[in-house]
Design a protein around this ligand. Structure first.
Ligand code: ADP
Ligand code: ZN
Length: 751
């Protein structure tokens, strides 16, 4: 061809922070997928814009092989958001774009399995006045019904679905089409396993917002494009209705689209059901149960605007909806919003960026907001909205704190051991519920415990410099601070009371289950943790059994603490509030406060009220004290002071540089080189970044890979970004020993 080629920049899914120049015959809009040659293979990349050819001084560019789609796979606001993630997290733009697209769209060559197609009825003419409506449907009441149902479904619905809903024949639909009020299109359908699940579909439309809910709704809707809100509403205050009403306006009235993020679909079936009940066919639920083909079909329906509300976990923030009007992040404090592998984005932060790019409103909601969001609200970057009371004036449940140390006074040794798991007050409370046919939820959070040491009085060995618990290491035997690398002998006595220190290990849910079976032989006990949940819907099924009243006592890890709303649950027990409190992690207190508050919020949601029993050896700890009084404000105030000196987020920003590899010495040596590089950069450019380490990670070996880390602290965002980019581009990772360097910015945990 004679026409001179156009040059474009293409982001490729390679761990290289650069784009590549290719030639095409015609210009390609940014966001388009392109198939390009890389060495001898065909790779799917994303066109990110025209190229000035600057990197082409010597070589001739290769040509794009194919442009698979008619329109860009990434709408403009999404591409800009991906760029932001790549820059901030110092990761390849191509890898970010790949994470933003369904797996099936990242593969070159293999044709993507298509879904079946079905007939969809789309609203055409408008009949704004009652008069015009009467005239149009004078002798066709069924057509009018169909027309109005179609309107209420957002102007688009599958024909079979409409016919089922109305119980009429296809002649009604044909009539509408003939009169020009609707037209038929064909659209791909996908199997939606969630749709087949028969949840309790509440009569959502019947709920009228309370004055407090309405005030929040009005403020959100009055917000300028890109406005961001923090909705702080106590458990049971009706946050979901606020989201639903905001979507009502944004989606049905303004005709825009929306994304709703929930921490984990399988754990929040009730919340998801409420969106489906209200918006029916407008909603697509993106969940881990979808096959690649189904995910692609769902993605296509969203991209074309056939579905206008995407509900899903973390990655649903990349739903390709055009014309976004609202982004909602429910339970915004949840750690699961942070991706554990590159790109290590946080969906909450991506939601804020995308809302700004798309001119949409962004609502972050929680009963226990993250301290980052709380600080942002205090400083005016988020507008704070509060729902301070439960709907219908219900009280929050009374909380009783049981000091496990007092249970040590029991006379017989076996009884002492048992009461460390099930104290006399908790056992009596469960017995009472079982007798009355009411339900109990028991929490044992055994998530990721690193061993710590504690005296009989409950004092924990802390780092003198960091107020972080010291981690017990066996070889050589010593206590280590994983923030500043302070070390001391494991044999020391308690600094507070002089008592002997003992190594603490976790107690498992299985042990507790055995004890429950033994103590309550007639009760129906269900256990829910990572081990009991093999099938895709196992969690949801256990929860449904609880909902149907087939379970007396539900025992589980933090996965039972989320948005459950069961009126017959009148007792919540926390087996050991201290599990996780002494993790070598500055967020440990915050997590425990959130967990205790959330699980306590499961009790007393019905007219029978409820009670919470928290077992602990540290009743004076601020996380326990403020959770017991349901007092987020006091907790936040106290915890924020703790985060000021020594400083931790949100007072400053952290980046965790994790070096891993197969050879322990090689890992330690390279971690040393990373730390030195950072120290030298700091010395040269005075960026204001503090470098800590290197040191072994608290979990120093995962899947045969040794792990060391270096921690960077900075008060300002920009200089930290500069240093991280310099490091990623300037320090070569040695090829030996499978060495890797991962940059985890704003880490949620340092394990
Ligand atoms: P949250 O998410 O804030 O903990 P939910 O949204 O689960 O609270 O609401 C708690 C309960 O209150 C639910 O059963 C919900 O149906 C009910 N509810 C919410 N708003 C109203 C309202 N305005 N009128 C009546 N019931 C409501
Ligand atoms: Zn320390």
């Amino acid at each position: 061809m004679a026409s001179s080629p156009h040059l474009i920049e293409v982001a490729l899914p390679l761990p290289l922070r650069q784009t590549f120049t290719y030639a095409t015959d015609a210009p390609i809009a940014p966001g388009h997928r392109v198939v390009v040659p890389v060495r001898n293979t065909r790779v799917v990349g994303i066109c990110v814009g025209p190229s000035d050819g600057a990197s082409l001084a010597t070589v001739t560019p290769k040509s794009v092989l194919a442009i698979p789609d008619a329109e860009p796979a990434l709408p403009a606001d999404l591409l800009t958001t991906c760029r932001w993630i790549a820059e901030y997290h110092v990761v390849s733009l191509g890898l970010v774009c790949r994470a933003a697209l369904p797996v099936a769209l990242g593969q070159a060559g293999s044709p993507v399995p298509r879904g079946r197609t079905e007939r969809v009825l789309v609203l055409a003419g408008t009949l704004p006045t009652l008069q015009s409506r009467e005239a149009a449907f004078r002798r066709a009441p069924q057509q009018r019904q169909a027309y109005e149902l179609l309107e209420s479904l957002g102007g688009r619905a599958s024909v079979p679905h409409l016919l089922r809903q109305l119980g009429c024949t296809s002649a009604v639909v044909d009539g509408l089409v003939r009169k020009g009020f609707a037209r038929i299109e064909s659209a791909t359908v996908f199997r939606d396993p969630f749709a087949a699940r028969e949840g309790a579909r509440a009569a959502e439309a019947a709920l009228r917002p309370t004055a407090a809910q309405q005030a929040a709704i009005d403020t959100i809707l009055a917000g300028a494009p890109g406005a961001a809100f923090l909705l702080h509403g106590i458990t049971g205050s009706g946050k979901t209705l606020v989201y639903l009403e905001v979507l009502e306006q944004v989606v049905r009235v303004e005709g825009k689209s929306a994304i709703v993020l929930v921490p984990e679909i399988a754990l929040t079936p009730q919340t998801v059901e409420r969106f489906r009940a209200r918006f029916g066919d407008l909603v697509t639920v993106l969940h881990s149960g979808l096959s690649d083909g189904e995910r692609l079909d769902a993605w296509r329906a969203l991209r074309r605007g056939e579905k206008r509300i995407a509900v899903g976990a973390r990655s649903a923030i990349f739903a390709p909806l055009p014309d976004l009007g609202a982004l909602i992040v429910d339970e915004e404090h949840e750690a699961s919003y942070k991706q554990a592998e590159a790109p290590r984005y946080h969906a909450r932060e991506v939601a804020l960026i995308r809302a700004r790019e798309a001119g949409a409103r962004c609502v972050l909601g929680s009963a226990t907001p993250s301290l980052e969001s709380w600080r942002n609200a205090q400083e005016g970057r988020l507008q704070l909205l509060s729902l301070p009371a439960r709907v219908g004036g219900g009280a929050l449940p009374a909380v009783r704190v049981v000091d496990l140390r007092q249970e040590l006074t029991a006379s017989r040794p076996d009884e002492r051991t048992r009461r460390q798991v099930l104290s006399a007050p908790l056992e009596a409370a469960i017995r009472d519920r079982v007798a009355r046919g009411e339900q109990t939820i028991l929490l044992l959070n055994r998530r990721g415990y690193a061993p710590f040491v504690q005296c009989a009085e409950g004092h924990v060995a802390l780092c003198p410099h960091c107020s972080i618990s010291l981690t017990y290491h066996r070889t050589p035997e010593r206590l280590v601070c994983h923030y500043c690398q302070h070390q001391e002998s494991a044999g020391r006595r308690c600094a507070d009371c002089g008592g002997a220190m003992e190594r603490q290990r976790g107690l498992g849910t299985q042990q507790v289950e055995r004890l429950l079976v033994e103590r309550f032989p007639t009760a129906r006990i269900a256990r829910m943790d990572a081990d009991t949940t093999s099938g895709k819907w196992a969690h949801a099924e256990i929860l449904e059994r609880v909902g149907r009243g087939e379970v007396d006592v539900l025992l589980g890890t933090q996965m039972i603490a989320k948005g459950l709303d069961f009126a017959n649950v009148t007792l919540v027990g926390v087996i050991d509030a201290d599990v996780g409190l002494h993790l070598p992690d500055f967020r440990a207190s915050e997590r425990i406060f959130q967990l205790l508050s959330q699980v306590a919020g499961r009790a007393g949601r019905g007219p029978k009220g409820g009670e919470v029993v928290i077992q602990t050896r540290t009743p004076g700890h601020h996380a326990v004290r403020h959770a017991a009084t349901h007092d987020f404000l006091s907790f936040a105030a106290e915890e924020l002071t703790h985060r000021e000196s020594p400083p931790y987020p949100p007072t400053l920003r952290l980046a965790n540089l994790i070096v891993s590899g197969l050879d322990e010495v090689g890992v330690a040596t390279f971690a040393g080189a990373v730390a030195r590089w950072c120290v030298e950069a700091e010395a040269r450019f005075a960026l204001g970044v503090t470098v800590l380490g290197p040191a072994p990670c608290p979990v120093d070996r995962i899947k045969t890979r040794w792990r060391w880390h270096v921690i960077l602290k900075s008060e300002r965002v920009g200089p930290l970004t500069r240093l991280l980019r310099g490091l990623a581009d300037g320090l070569e990772v040695p090829a030996a020993g499978g060495l890797r360097l991962a940059i985890d910015r704003d880490p949620v945990a340092l394990l």
